[in-house]
Design a protein around this ligand. Structure first.
Ligand code: SER
Length: 710
């Protein structure tokens, strides 16, 4: 066979090369991150953090300190740049080789050189390779020049902002494994720019010199800096290797195409977008072809891994990516669901390496299509509202920035579409005013989320106008019957919701606790007997409430049809018991901290979930091991005493007079709920008790908490 290597061939060669160097080949881990520090897997090394920290390198029973993978990664920090630049992608395949205390810098850099330049492997021109190294890394300099024979003027040195991974880790974190790195660049030649390698030292951006491979030397465990800001880097138990080569980029280089959208994976998707829309892939509109092609690849992969569009967490990201793609499809004139038709091409191009794309093809197509349908409805609603706003405006007039912002914020109608439609009527949009409204709203959201999220699902306040506050019965009952009073999807009131779709559901009565006071919203299910339409049920994935006390359930209908006016039975999941244990334990922890450290301890926030609790507080110094042990012992004494826990509503003045603990800076109403533990424990001559203002859910006896460990 002639012609350049395909993306699949490059991936395979890479894995084979490292197998030939004694590495164990592992399949890609899921895009769902293996640890809670990120929503999605962002780097090939992420599934191996524990091995870097010293855990045994044993994978499915096979021990090997050398591993190689092609890992699917999702990076969404730069999503606004995807399609606009030719380098950014939200889904990237990272080819990586890893050493857990086995080989180090010498092997890593010489093997990288061999793989890139040997005719047996990629056979790239040595003269076109350039590298950066960490400014103090003489060892890397020596290996590059003396062993690999790279000319010294092909090497640039940078500080930790460029040549450390994670970037700037010593100063900025995160805590955990990190180390200096050496990045390899390929000079794509003057047709991509007339800058030189020396220029890169200043610009640090180049279309010509493309970074293809990062070789990281994780040898430190970054810890919290000293109070004066001095970074703390502890040696890891051993030195490791973590490398990452972007497959999209190396394919661009090997295939000598202008950008990754022209490589063998993307080109057919881009061509299909052009065919469906009848819009050629050229000029300014080509941004839209690229956004659609890139995003459909990402969402197909994350849906194959089990994420679905929703308004929270990972699902929110999926929705955001998909809606950005929908918007660009719309800009290309596609007025019917069309993105789902691209999924088979993604599965065909990438399905050999990621069989989950083929196995879940029907599900991915259906999910994408449903989201497209709902987004197109939103767009239509927005277009009507915009029409009303513009009626009566003269040609040459300006639509206020705040109107454009309300269209976006309340109805999900994107500002670039507002601009485009307004332009057709000769009306312009006050962009500065829009930016100002957006910033004001962001500042408000930030202020409001200091102690956790407080934004509504989807921000669709108007659709909830006129609803009465929900009757909450969930302190006592975990099941309750209620009536569906509203269904809201993408800012619109809906009359019904069919199986497979998701929306915000408002009930007349509910046992579901709405996220608040650090406690997570309840999950569970609702069931109904829909009469002639038959029985149905749906999953409640999260619960929040508006400042007016309307409870919002994020519901995915699994079977049947949910309608306004239906009677449903709402059933809270068993996780609530665990949440209650953690909530009562949070109160005991607060009292214990104040007893051991002094009443200067100020609560700054908390998280009460089913699997853990987190308590944020201010105190001038880190806790010593003895203090931590004292706090644990104190809480455990309450637990073993098995005191009753009771709650009661009372006027705020009475609660304060009785000495109930309140969160500083928090606003309380006239009547408050006070949660009290019915007995106290002794600590160093003090009597320690627990009484707090709290709207959360608690166990009825402290013994229900079980074990308490910090
Ligand atoms: N962890 C490094 C990166 O993501 C190299 O794999 O760039």
């Amino acid at each position: 066979m002639t012609g350049p290597l395909s993306t699949a061939q490059i991936r395979e060669k890479y894995l084979q090369f490292f197998e030939s160097k004694g590495h164990l080949r592992l399949p890609s881990y899921s895009t769902v991150a293996p640890d809670p520090t990120t929503l999605f897997t962002v780097a090939g090394m992420q599934p191996f953090k524990e091995q870097f920290m010293g855990a045994p390198a044993v994978f499915d029973g096979v021990a090997n300190k050398r591993v190689t993978t092609a890992q699917k990664c999702l990076r969404i920090g730069d999503i606004e740049n995807v399609g606009r630049t030719l380098r950014h992608c939200s889904l990237l395949e990272m080819l990586g080789n890893f050493s857990f205390g086995d080989y180090f810098k010498q092997e890593s850099l010489t093997w990288a050189w061999e793989f890139l330049t040997s005719p047996e492997w990629l056979g790239l021109d040595r003269a076109r390779l350039y590298v950066t190294i960490y400014e103090e890394d003489e060892e890397a300099f020596r290996i590059w020049t003396e062993v690999n024979g790279l000319p010294a003027d092909h090497i640039l040195r940078f500080g930790a902002d460029e040549n450390f991974w994670p970037a700037d880790a010593p100063k900025e974190g995160p805590n955990g494994p990190c180390g200096p790195c050496s990045e390899i660049f390929y000079d794509r030649g003057p047709k991509y720019g007339d800058d030189s390698w020396a220029d890169y030292a200043v610009t640090r951006e180049s279309a010509r010199f493309l970074e293809i491979w990062n070789n990281v030397f994780p040898q430190f465990d970054r810890q919290d800096p000293l109070p004066d800001g001095t970074p703390v880097l502890k040696d890891l138990p051993f030195k490791n290797i973590d490398t990452g080569m972007g497959l999209e980029r190396i394919a661009t280089v090997v295939q000598d195409v202008y950008d990754f959208y022209s490589n063998d994976v993307f080109a057919p998707i881009v061509a299909k977008v052009a065919e469906m829309s009848g819009q050629a892939y050229e000029g300014p509109q080509s941004v839209s072809h690229r956004v659609v092609a890139e995003h459909i690849r990402s969402v197909s992969m994350v849906i194959a891994d089990g994420s679905v569009p929703s308004n929270t967490g990972r699902g929110y990201v999926v929705r955001k990516i998909l809606r950005r793609a929908c918007r660009h499809a719309y800009l290309l004139g596609l007025r019917e669901p069309s993105l789902f038709k691209l999924v088979p091409i993604v599965a065909e191009r990438m399905g050999d390496a990621y069989p989950e794309l083929r196995e879940n093809l029907a599900k991915i197509e259906a999910t994408v299509r449903a989201e497209e349908e709902s987004f197109l409805r939103t767009l239509e609603g927005g277009i009507q509202r915009l029409g009303k706003l513009m009626s009566g405006m003269e040609k040459g007039a300006t639509l206020s920035g705040n109107d454009a912002f309300v269209l976006y914020d309340t109805y999900g109608f994107p500002v670039d579409l507002t601009k485009e439609i307004a332009e057709e009527y000769g009306i312009s949009v006050d962009e500065a005013g829009y930016a100002e409204s957006l910033e004001n709203a962001q500042n408000l959201a930030r202020a409001g989320s200091k102690y956790g999220k407080s934004e509504l699902f989807g921000g669709n306040m108007e659709a909830l106008d006129g609803l009465s506050p929900t009757v909450f019965v969930g302190y006592d009952d975990l099941q309750a019957d209620g009536e569906v009073v509203a269904l809201v999807g993408a800012g619109e009131r809906l009359t019904h919701l069919s199986a497979g779709s998701e929306a915000t559901v408002v009930l007349s009565r509910t046992p579901f606790y709405a996220e608040g006071g650090g406690e997570v919203g309840d999950t569970g299910r609702i069931e109904w007997d829909g009469g002639s339409a038959g029985k149905g049920w749906g999953i409640v994935r999260d619960t929040r409430k508006t400042p007016q006390g309307v409870f919002l359930h994020d519901v995915l209908v699994e079977s049947g049809e949910l309608k306004e006016g239906l009677s449903v039975r709402a059933v809270v999941s068993g996780e609530r018991q665990a949440i209650q244990r953690h909530h009562t334990a949070t109160h005991l922890l607060q009292s214990a901290l104040r007893a051991v450290l002094g009443s200067g301890v100020q609560q700054k926030g908390s998280l009460v979930a089913a699997d853990r609790l987190r308590f944020d507080f201010s105190h001038g110094a880190a806790l010593s091991a003895d203090e931590i042990a004292a706090v644990e012992t104190l809480v455990s004494r309450w637990v073993s005493a098995n005191f009753a826990v009771t709650w009661q509503e009372m006027p705020i003045a009475d609660a304060k007079a009785a000495g109930a603990t309140a969160l500083f800076g928090e606003k309380y109403g006239e009547t408050v709920r006070v949660v009290r533990v019915g007995g106290s424990v002794e600590y160093a001559g003090q009597t320690v008790s627990s009484m707090e203002l709290c709207g959360g859910a608690h166990v009825t006896r402290t013994g229900d908490i079980g074990a308490f460990v910090i």
